[in-house]
Structures are given as structure tokens and as C-alpha cells.
Ligand binder design. Structure first.
Ligand SMILES: Nc1ncnc2c1ncn2[C@@H]1O[C@H](COP(=O)(O)OP(=O)(O)O)[C@@H](O)[C@H]1O
Ligand SMILES: [Mg+2]
Length: 263
């Protein structure tokens, strides 16, 4: 048993396909590689992407693959009680139960959220010590945070999601916890430094001042991030990397993890 409660990391935004689960798995393996104990709580019980990623990792080892470090994991399914109030109560009880299983036995708990607004996802955001929000490389995705003028980059309006994170932060400070570290990063970046890429960067810099997140470099679009899913491995697990692209991938994953200031 540890005296200190586990550090809670939440991967969240309200859109599917932006790379939350992929990024979550790479952060998990990075922490395992550093000798930390990690538990994953999958809140996306429809896709179960990270749970499947971890199961593939178990199968890979069971079938004689190299021995790799494993996180603990569980999938939390949303309550289907007929009355909303009962649903919320049941979700709350279930998330507390799941946390109690891991809180004192691991160093990090990683929540992987679905790409839509659910009560479980809101609860996880309110618990986050570190929130990681991956965005794709387009102005459309920026709307997940707020509306920014593409001409002078002025922030016109905040999104429901940014408001929700704001409420989570207020809730945290009211309960006397240190501030949440909100990290916004891009994933699936186009490899060429396009004009669009630069404009999204400027817009994020402008949003960053208004809604207080840290914008850090993320992951490029690379085949290797999808290719390893069936084996449950990540670029960090490979003993040998034999192409420039793989070396760069490993480096960008390491930089991302370093920028989260977890270790
Ligand atoms: N950096 C990346 N490069 C290439 N493919 C990626 C990258 N990140 C995610 N993907 C792929 O994009 C799809 C959606 O990613 P996923 O991590 O499941 O997103 P989310 O959890 O936000 O829905 C998956 O097929 C995944 O393999
Ligand atoms: Mg996902």
C-alpha cells in the first residue's frame, strides 16, 4: 500500500477519432517503462479501444511474445437506469468503487474517455490531476475548445467542453486540491508543415491565454501508431527501431510524456 493516492490522468475531448486512446496507451507504456505501476479505466464502453489494446498485449505475451510490462485495467459501463438521477448516482458509485480498487496500489490511474459527453466522463474530468486533450490539425477541431477568428485569431466563444473543464477546475479548487494541469496537444499532424498547421498553432496560442491550458507538441500521423495495435505493443516496446520515421516516433512519444511532468 502507498501513502499517497495515485495521480489521475484523463484523456478527454468530445470528438471521436482524435487519438485519445492511442495517446493514452503510449502514455501508459511510457509510465510502465519508467517502472511505475499503472491502472487504466476505460470509460468508452462502446469502442473499448484501450481495453482491446491491452487485451492484445496480454494475448501477445501469452502466445510467446517478448515479456512486456502490463497495466491493470477495467472497463466502466454507463448506468442504464431509467431515471437520470439514478443513472448519475450509479455512475458516481461505480467510479468511486473503481478508483478504490487502484488508488493506493498504483502510481497512476489513466482514464480514457469516449468522444461524447457522458456523466462518467464529467466525473473523470472533475478528478483529473492532469487532463490531456488531443486535437487534430484543423480549425474544425479547434471548435472543441472555442471559436477562434481565422483572421485575427481572436477568441469569440468558448465551447461547452471548455466550460465543462472550467467547472471541473472550480470544483477542484473548492475541494482544496492543487490546480489541474490541462495539456492540449495535437495528434495525427500532417508531416509537412502546412499553412493550416501554422494557423491552428496560432489559434491555439490565442486560446491558451484565455482558457489556461498548456499547449505542447504532440504526435504526427504515422502508420506505426496503428500498425502495432494488434500486437498490443507500442513504439516504446520495440527493441530495435530501423527507420527514421520510427526513431522520430519514439522521440516524439518520449517528448510528449516528458512534457506532462509526471515523472
Ligand atoms: N498519430 C497517429 N498516426 C496515425 N494513426 C493514428 C494516430 N493516432 C491515432 N491513429 C488512428 O486513428 C484512429 C482513431 O484513433 P483513437 O486513438 O482510437 O482516437 P479516439 O480515442 O480519440 O477516438 C485509430 O485507427 C488509430 O489507430
Ligand atoms: Mg478512444
Amino acid at each position: 500500500m502507498k501513502d499517497k493516492s495515485a495521480h489521475i490522468i484523463v484523456l478527454g475531448n468530445e470528438k471521436g477519432g482524435t487519438g485519445k486512446s492511442t495517446m493514452a496507451m503510449h502514455i501508459v507504456v511510457g509510465l510502465l517503462e519508467a517502472g511505475k505501476k499503472v491502472a487504466v479505466i476505460d470509460l468508452d464502453s462502446r469502442q473499448k479501444s484501450i481495453a482491446r489494446y491491452i487485451q492484445n498485449r496480454q494475448t501477445f505475451m501469452a502466445k510467446g511474445g517478448a515479456k512486456v510490462a502490463m497495466p491493470k485495467f477495467t472497463v466502466l459501463t454507463q448506468s442504464d437506469a431509467p431515471v437520470l438521477k439514478d443513472c448519475e448516482k450509479e455512475d458516481q458509485v461505480n467510479i468511486v468503487k473503481a478508483l478504490d480498487v487502484y488508488r493506493k496500489t498504483v502510481d497512476f490511474i489513466v482514464f480514457d474517455c469516449p468522444g461524447n459527453d457522458t456523466y462518467l466522463s464529467r466525473l473523470a474530468h472533475a478528478l483529473a490531476d492532469t487532463l490531456v486533450t488531443p486535437l487534430n490539425d484543423s480549425f474544425v477541431d479547434l471548435d472543441l475548445l472555442g471559436e477562434v477568428s481565422p483572421i485575427d485569431f481572436e477568441v469569440k466563444k468558448l465551447s461547452f467542453y471548455a466550460e465543462m473543464v472550467w467547472d471541473s477546475r472550480k470544483f477542484r479548487s473548492a475541494s482544496g486540491k492543487p490546480p489541474m494541469d490541462w495539456v492540449v496537444t495535437r495528434s495525427r499532424l500532417a508531416s509537412l508543415s502546412s499553412r493550416n498547421n501554422k494557423r491552428v498553432h496560432m489559434a491555439l496560442e490565442s486560446l491558451q491565454k484565455r482558457i489556461m491550458f498548456r499547449h505542447v507538441p504532440g504526435l504526427y500521423e504515422r502508420v506505426i501508431y496503428k500498425e502495432l495495435f494488434p500486437s498490443g505493443l507500442t513504439i516504446l516496446d520495440l527493441e530495435k527501431v530501423n527507420s527514421m520515421s520510427h526513431v522520430a516516433a519514439r522521440q516524439e512519444v518520449r517528448s510528449l510524456i516528458e512534457s506532462l511532468n509526471l515523472l
